[in-house]
Design a protein around this ligand. Structure first.
Ligand code: 13P
Length: 249
């Protein structure tokens, strides 16, 4: 079975509705012949606009977070059912900005991931070490812990709807990219964890992306690596030309 690579944009807290319409409309023709799966993870408030603008194209729309409860007193949160109703296909969980600024833990990342899978969504689960952890030689330990934590109680069948994004935190928004070799090596470690948990076939078929200052200049080198099955793009996903260049690497 061949797996399709996946390039996803994470817009973070950027773009109004008007800007969303403009960006997606500009992107549609630029990525129409893409060989990979193309996803834009947009702010909640942009989902409907993005989907309308992407209608009939190969661009899929994703969200950036999801709560684990079906409903209830969780001010400011959004449920998986709410996303489903808007025909969102993907959702990010465990992004390092959520972990760093909003107290997200391996446990809450797991809860959010499970809720999204239960609702039938596909999930891009993010893992990655801090600079201090890398410098302390703890990269393998951290991504192993995060991967095991995120995938707790997720079945082999559900895993088919999971993509893992390896994003070294020190490479996010800094212009510093992990070397293609470093990214490849760490993704190999993550894949080994998946193999231990789910067996060889699942480990081979799961898609693991690299993220962190990926852009039109470095995309082909990163995507040429054996273990790298896609990219999660922040800054460069906000400009249609740049994102399209990464998609068409
Ligand atoms: P940058 O591409 O801006 O470094 O962001 C990466 C990222 O965090 C994607 O989720």
């Amino acid at each position: 079975m061949t797996k399709k690579t996946i390039i996803a944009g994470n817009w973070k807290m950027n773009k109004t509705n008007a800007e969303t319409k403009e960006l997606i409309q500009a992107l549609v023709p630029l990525v129409k012949d893409a060989k990979c799966e193309v996803v834009c993870c947009v702010p909640f408030t942009d989902i409907v606009t993005a989907r309308k603008a992407a209608r009939g194209s190969n661009i899929k729309i994703g969200a950036q977070n999801v709560h684990w409860a079906e409903k209830g007193a969780f001010t400011g949160e959004i449920s998986a059912e709410m996303l489903k109703e808007l025909k969102v296909q993907y959702v990010l969980t465990g992004h390092s900005e959520r972990r760093q600024y909003f107290g997200e833990t391996d446990e809450t990342v797991n809860l959010r991931t499970k809720a999204a899978l239960n609702a039938g969504l596909k999930v891009i689960v993010c893992v990655g070490e801090l600079l201090s952890e890398r410098e302390a030689g703890k990269t393998a330990e951290v991504v192993t812990r995060q991967t095991i934590g995120a995938l707790k109680d997720i079945s082999k069948q559900e895993l088919k709807r999971v993509v893992i994004a390896y994003e070294p935190v020190w490479a996010i928004g800094t212009g510093k990219t992990a070397t293609a070799q470093d990214a490849n090596d760490t993704i190999k470690i993550i894949r080994k964890v998946v193999r231990k948990l789910y067996g060889r076939a699942s480990a081979n078929s799961i898609r693991i992306q690299y993220g962190g200052s990926m852009n039109p200049k470095n995309a082909s080198e990163l995507m040429a690596m054996k273990e790298i099955d896609g990219g999660l793009i922040g800054g460069a996903s906000l400009k249609p030309e740049d994102f399209a260049k990464v998609v068409n690497y």
